[in-house]
Design a protein around this ligand. Structure first.
Ligand SMILES: [Zn+2]
Length: 471
């Protein structure tokens, strides 16, 4: 009896002190029973994800029944989880009067599971950088933005706000200004830049260790461009040029101003030579140059003369000012000659085949939509899913297509230690899908929830974010 009297209080003390030394581990969010898609292998594993301050801090089998505390848990049974999508080519632009309309595009990306965009240049850099900061601080709903800031081009370039370069001095000044702005990469455009200034810009960015992406003036060859150090080639025109047996002859005709960009296209396409292409692919692979095919916008613009977009459901999310910028490309498509229209459609077909060949040769691709003002009917958000679909239509597997979004995007911008896969310590930018995208790429659109920046967006919240944007 005496013994019991003493033992009970001792047990209580022991129990309390063990609670003190081993409190329940607490998390902001735990996602249970989801099928995690490994983008490197394509394997599916049922796992629980434990998230704290926006990062994945623990990954466990659902069989692990260690107790925990969580501010929020999601039962993700029957959900397929992969890194939030990256749209690796978008634009915020159109001048000050379109700032609000551009800002309104941000929730459109999130609602489509896109947690990161790579802004490939425009004239709204101060606003874009403001949004970038506000989003990172959790004050604004939108994807993480990586931006090139203003593009580099020659004098009187097509796009407003471009930095004009001719001399080495100009090049240094332009790159200095981008380094002051701390942009995430350098984008070079080809409307007016000379071949010489273009190559010199690439050499200087390479020397400074900056990441570059660009178009390419047709007065230089693809090999010269790759040798000068470009990191990513936007669009396939330039890749096709490098795969043509007549590249040198066509380049000379352009230098002599005998033909222009669009006239060169059928010549280059007819000159496509498999052996030349294989050499070019090997070079791109060897130098780790990424290629951004932008297939969906290619198709959209190639068929502007045939397809009636008047009833596109996505029109209602676009501001009136942005819709007005669509006019330019529509009018020029309608003005084009019969031959030009036909050439463009053939080119579009050809680019599908070229994409598949690049992928087969091991060249890394980036899924980018090129959505933004002026790019008619290429709607932010959905167009990235259309791009993935277009890739699969070329014969790529859904896994290969999926890899070109978050996985390759993060590697290209050297953010792969924090992004691009679902792994311990990485950012919990996630999308939960109601069906398996490895079986059907259209399933990327069956979005149940999006997790970005420590916030969970449910299907209902995403729908109401879209509803708020309707005209
Ligand atoms: Zn673009």
């Amino acid at each position: 009896m005496k013994l019991q009297k003493y033992i009970l209080p001792i047990l209580v003390v022991l129990y309390v002190s063990s609670c003190k030394t081993h409190p329940l581990e607490s998390y902001d969010l735990v996602i249970q029973n989801g099928q995690i898609i490994d983008l490197t292998t394509g394997k599916l594993t049922s796992q629980d994800l434990y998230i704290k301050e926006g990062k994945i801090v623990k990954i466990e089998s659902p069989e692990n029944d260690e107790p925990f505390e969580a501010k929020k848990t999601i039962d993700a049974s029957n959900n397929y989880i992969l890194p939030g999508f990256w749209d690796n080519h978008t634009h915020f632009r159109g001048g000050d009067s379109l700032i609000i309309e551009n800002k309104n595009l941000l929730p459109l990306f999130l609602a489509h599971g896109i947690t990161t965009v790579r802004d490939a240049g425009g004239d709204l850099t101060p606003s874009v950088m403001q949004w970038q900061k506000a989003i990172d601080a959790g004050e604004l709903d939108g994807p993480t933005i990586y931006t090139s800031g203003p593009k580099i081009d020659g004098p009187n370039g097509t796009w407003a706000g471009s930095l004009e370069v001719v001399t080495d001095n100009d090049i240094n000044r332009a790159l200095d200004s981008l380094e002051v702005l701390k942009t995430d990469f350098v984008k070079i455009y080809d409307s007016r830049i000379s071949g010489e200034a273009y190559i010199n810009t690439l050499k200087e960015t390479d020397k400074r260790g900056l990441i570059t992406s660009g178009h390419m003036p047709f007065t230089v060859t693809l090999k010269e461009t790759v040798d000068a150090g470009i990191d990513a080639v936007e669009h396939l025109y330039y890749i096709m040029k490098g795969c043509s047996a007549v590249e040198n002859e066509v380049t000379q005709m352009l230098k002599n101003k005998e033909i222009g960009f669009w006239q060169a296209m059928p010549l280059l396409q007819q000159g496509y030579q498999s052996s030349t292409a294989q050499e070019t692919f090997a070079l791109l692979k060897d130098k780790n140059v990424y290629v951004v095919p932008t297939l969906h916008i290619g198709k959209t613009l190639s068929y502007l003369d045939e397809v009636d977009h008047e009833n596109d459901p996505y029109l209602r999310y676009m501001g009136k000012g942005i819709l007005k910028t669509y006019e330019g490309r529509i009018q020029s498509a309608l003005r084009a000659s019969e031959k030009a229209r036909k050439d463009r459609k053939e080119l579009d077909q050809f680019f599908g085949t070229l994409t598949k060949s690049l992928n087969d040769a091991g060249v890394k691709l980036l899924a980018g939509s090129d959505s933004g003002a002026y790019n008619s009917y290429t709607y932010p958000g959905i167009s990235l899913h259309k791009e993935l679909e277009a890739m699969v239509l070329t014969g790529m597997t859904p896994l290969e297509a999926l890899r070109t979004s978050a996985y390759n995007g993060a590697h290209f911008l050297k953010k792969d230690t924090t992004h691009g896969t679902i792994a311990l310590g990485k950012q919990a930018d996630l999308v939960l899908l109601g069906a398996n995208p490895l079986e059907n790429i259209n399933n990327t659109q069956k979005i149940n929830s999006v997790i970005h920046n420590a916030k969970v967006y449910t299907k209902e919240q995403l729908a109401s974010m879209l509803e708020a944007l309707t005209n």
